[in-house]
Design a protein around this ligand. Structure first.
Ligand SMILES: *Cc1c(COP(=O)(O)O)cnc(C)c1O
Length: 543
């Protein structure tokens, strides 16, 4: 076969550059066939097909095929890789902060992938660049930033958003780090229930994980303000420079919300008192919590959407902290978490767009780019090529839901979470650990018959003489978890999750917890009741 014959097949495998509706039908049909094959993997269970454990050694031997394949064969092959995938939208999975994705957000990803805009520069992305600016505007407004002043870009994940926050703060505290390298005096603060990406970031930025100061949290999983103040004062007294204070608004495991307002007040006091020549940067890691902003101006008294009183209280409890997001100098937002968009769709917002100038390279460093056009984020972003998928998926969902839809979907999953807690608290054998946190994640523990669950939680948490009891019950809850999930595997019940250390006790021992993360609009009352029933059944089965 000459290359010309092969080229013909190759051309068929591309969308056509000029209108060819017959070929479009072929394209759509190919997608349809893929969807049909995925559909054939659906059962009543919350995963596709059956769970197969991949042979990673065999995978290492994979070789490039000698000859060409076809769209049909490759599609079939690709679909096979979805076997065993959790269906995150399934009502019988409450496992993690992984969102089911909407049809418009998927179309957003498809359209951008189809025409491959590069957001480095509007010259390469045209109006898709405008979409990014529109999402920045909508989201800024949502959290309460002045849209004239604020700016932002999509980046490579929630981790990327915090990286931007810390890097900007580093440049403020230690000017020209970009040119001179990182000062040994830079320190970063985060709570001990904040995300571990802070360690990654300080490591990668050259600040060093030894200069990441972790502050203990209160039983509500909020940063302990007294200890934060003490450690900040210590650092300043010792001549350290504060590159960033990371406030977490929505911790991953418990939905703890740091008191941002007090942190900002504290920062301002210290700037005056120590006569600092810079303002320590405050970054809000709100990758999970941002979405609650849609309730900032909800009429909780009138409650037009008809949520139950407990739900209203939970939403108001979260908004009490979330409504101050605009006090942060930068905010991280994940649309791929509480925005129901596919990975990766993460946005870093800065309150003052001039902060982004701290990251700029000079045009001489990039001679082949950015000669004209109106929008050139590639001059300061860490990435060079940046996909349009994230912004278009986010835009799709913001337009699809609007404020009303986001309120309804979040309100519903909060309502289901509250219902779960009500049921867990209705039994003497189970106890909710993060009662003071108002998100859609519930951490709970089960105890064997005969244990006083009214006392045990506090005792195990505070009293070191309960260390052995805590350890025994840690193992007990792992067993409960195994039971519940093996039942779910058989189609009886709901998949839940577990965490090895939702937090540490006052005496430093990790607390194992069962975890329900509700993020699917398909979860309903019956599914929530099933979780409780299965935990109680496990209690019978393993005692
Ligand atoms: C998930 C998460 C991150 C990391 O975000 P990725 O999008 O996974 O990179 C950071 N902070 C918090 C609080 C998170 O929950």
């Amino acid at each position: 076969m000459t290359y010309r014959n092969i080229l013909e097949k190759i051309r068929l495998a591309f969308p056509q550059p000029v209108s060819d509706t017959i070929h479009d039908s072929y394209f759509v049909h190919s997608m349809m066939r893929a969807l049909d094959q995925v559909d054939a993997l659906k059962t009543h269970l919350p995963f596709l097909g059956s769970i197969i454990h991949g042979d990673f050694d065999a995978a290492k031997q994979t070789k490039l095929p000698d000859t060409m394949s076809s769209v049909e064969a490759v599609t079939k092959d690709l679909v096979s890789y979805l076997e065993g995938m959790t269906i995150f939208g399934h009502p019988r999975t409450q496992q993690n902060v992984i969102a089911p994705t909407t049809i418009p957000s998927l179309i957003g990803v498809l359209l951008t992938s189809l025409h491959n805009p590069n957001l480095a520069w509007d010259e390469f992305s045209r109006l898709v660049a405008l979409a990014e600016v529109e999402v920045v505007a909508m989201t800024s407004q949502l959290i309460g930033y002045d849209t004239e002043q604020a700016s932002g870009v999509f980046t490579f994940g929630g981790t990327g958003t915090t990286l931007y926050g810390v890097k900007i703060g580093l440049e403020k505290a230690c000017p020209e780090t970009m040119q001179k390298g990182t000062s040994e005096d830079a320190v970063v603060f985060v709570s001990d229930t904040g995300h571990y990406c802070a360690a990654n970031i300080t490591g990668w930025l050259g600040i060093g994980t030894n200069n990441l100061i972790t502050i203990p949290t209160t039983p509500e999983n909020e940063i302990d303000l007294k200890q934060l103040e003490e450690k900040l004062r210590n650092a300043l007294t010792n001549g350290k420079r504060i590159a960033c204070i990371i406030a977490t608004l929505g911790t991953t495991d418990a939905f703890g919300l740091d008191n941002l307002k007090s942190i900002v007040d504290l920062r301002d006091t210290l700037v005056d008192e120590f006569e600092l020549d810079y303002q320590p940067h405050i970054h809000a890691d709100a990758v999970i919590g941002w979405a609650w902003s849609v309730f900032n101006d909800y009429d909780f008294e009138q409650n037009p959407l008809g949520f139950r009183p407990r739900t209203i209280r939970a939403i108001a409890g979260a908004c009490r902290r979330i409504r101050h997001l605009s006090l942060a100098d930068s905010v991280g937002i994940d649309f791929h978490k509480t925005g129901f968009a596919p990975y990766i769709s993460s946005l870093i917002l800065v309150k003052n767009q001039t902060d982004l100038d701290l990251l700029k390279r000079t045009p001489e460093q990039m001679p082949y780019l950015y000669h004209f056009g109106q929008y050139r984020p590639g001059m300061f972003t860490l990435e060079t090529s940046r996909a349009g998928t994230g912004p278009l998926a986010a835009l799709a969902n913001l337009k699809l839901f609007g404020e009303e839809g986001l309120r309804a979907i979040l309100g519903h999953i909060v309502e289901m979470t509250q219902l779960l807690r009500e049921h867990l608290e209705g039994h003497e054998g189970t106890t909710v650990l993060n009662r003071g946190n108002f998100g859609t994640v519930t951490l709970f523990r089960a105890y064997p018959v005969g244990v006083d669950t009214f006392e045990i939680k506090r005792q195990e948490f505070e009293d070191v003489t309960y260390r052995d009891s805590l350890i025994v019950h840690n193992a007990y809850n792992r067993e409960i978890f195994e039971y519940v999930n093996s039942e779910a595997m058989e189609g009886r019940g709901v998949f839940i999750s577990t965490t090895d250390c939702y937090r540490k006790t006052a005496y430093g021992e990790p607390i194992v917890a069962l975890k329900s993360f509700i993020l699917s609009p398909f979860v309903d009352e019956e599914d929530v009741k099933t979780v409780v029933a299965k935990v109680l059944e496990a209690r019978e089965a393993i005692s």
